[in-house]
Design a protein around this ligand. Structure first.
Ligand SMILES: Cc1cc2nc3c(=O)[nH]c(=O)nc-3n(C[C@H](O)[C@H](O)[C@H](O)COP(=O)(O)OP(=O)(O)OC[C@H]3O[C@@H](n4cnc5c(N)ncnc54)[C@H](O)[C@@H]3O)c2cc1C
Length: 290
């Protein structure tokens, strides 16, 4: 007899370990994993998805917390936004905590998870630019051996989840470096980002890493703007920048993410979005260097 509770009437399986969850998916290839259900149930209610069976991940204790591993934090995919928003987590990964605190109303933050945010891969997913700026990787558990890939490979579809695989953990290097997340919201729904910016000033690698969310299908890294501004910082000294440099950085980032099109005037909405991205990037850099 299986060790996980099986409610065949509703076709919902509730495993209590990752191994059991992977086994449940292997036994029912048409089953769909569900964590907080905040994205999945919207699709079900809208009639876009009719899963034959569900594998609930909410009872798997090993993915609901985090641990330290070789200078990195190994975050369970089942961490909720509410948990990541708490002060102890904010002390560890401030930008991810800020993103979690901004993700929707309280009932969504209580149920919605990091893993669900990543697998849904919505352009407005608040955790996603933070993971891109921190150069996080994801650990996938499946019927074959576990594998670890950069989060960007998953988000761009370069290396998608394979059948029967679950997102188990997210590995984030602990930088002890200033990091910020800022988000602008508008008429896109409750708390959803029109644009967001995650930024890290990393003295160990003498890098500024910036990722812009919500303006494209996946978070964008304006690499040239990052390198340009890193070259202006006196890494052995004060690590401050003149306000004009922060402003120029904001404009560089915005123009890279919302580029001009030859011979075509930018529509007003794009001009406005560019302004928003410029302001967020300027402020994010200013705060990280403050
Ligand atoms: C009203 C409302 C407001 C919202 N506002 C925001 C917001 O401001 N910012 C934001 O970022 N998001 C927002 N969201 C979206 C959503 O809450 C988040 O994306 C949340 O993190 C999803 O997590 P979940 O656990 O609920 O995912 P689920 O709904 O349980 O799952 C989402 C998808 O991921 C898959 N999945 C989940 N976990 C795993 C796993 N471990 N391995 C493999 N596949 C998995 C599921 O099969 C499903 O396809 C909002 C949603 C609603 C309904």
């Amino acid at each position: 007899m299986s060790t996980y509770a099986q409610q065949t009437a509703e076709n919902v399986t509730l495993p209590t370990s990752l191994d059991e969850a992977v086994a449940a998916l292997a036994a029912m290839p048409s089953a769909v994993p569900v964590a907080g259900g905040t994205d999945l149930m919207v699709s079900v209610n809208a009639g876009l998805l009719r899963p034959a069976a569900l594998v609930g991940l909410g009872r798997i204790a090993e993915i609901r917390g985090w641990q330290y591993a070789d200078g990195a934090a190994l975050l369970g995919a089942g961490l909720t936004h509410a948990r990541m928003g708490r002060p102890d987590f904010a002390a560890l990964i401030p930008a991810l905590a800020a993103a979690a605190r901004s993700a929707g109303p309280p009932q969504i933050r209580n149920a919605g998870t990091l893993g669900g945010n990543i697998v849904s891969a919505a352009p407005t997913g608040d955790a996603l630019p933070v993971l891109a700026a921190l150069e996080a990787s994801v650990i996938l558990a499946g019927p074959e051996a576990d594998r670890e890939i950069p989060v960007s490979h998953l988000l761009t579809g370069m290396d998608p989840l394979r059948p029967g695989e679950l997102l188990a953990f997210v590995r984030i290097p602990l930088l002890h470096a200033p990091q910020t997340f800022l988000k602008a919201t508008g008429r896109t729904g409750p708390g959803r980002a029109v644009a967001s910016v995650a930024l890290v000033v990393d003295p160990a690698r003498r890098q500024v890493r910036c990722a812009v969310g919500a303006v494209a299908q996946v978070p964008l890294r304006p690499l040239e703007a990052e390198q340009w501004v890193a070259g202006l910082i006196d890494w052995d000294g004060e690590r401050t920048l003149a306000p004009e440099a922060c402003t120029a950085f904001g404009e560089y980032v915005a123009a890279a993410c919302i580029p001009d099109q030859p011979g075509v005037e930018l529509p007003p909405a794009a001009v406005q979005l560019r302004r928003t991205v410029a302001a967020l990037s300027r402020r994010a850099l200013g705060r990280a260097l403050a």
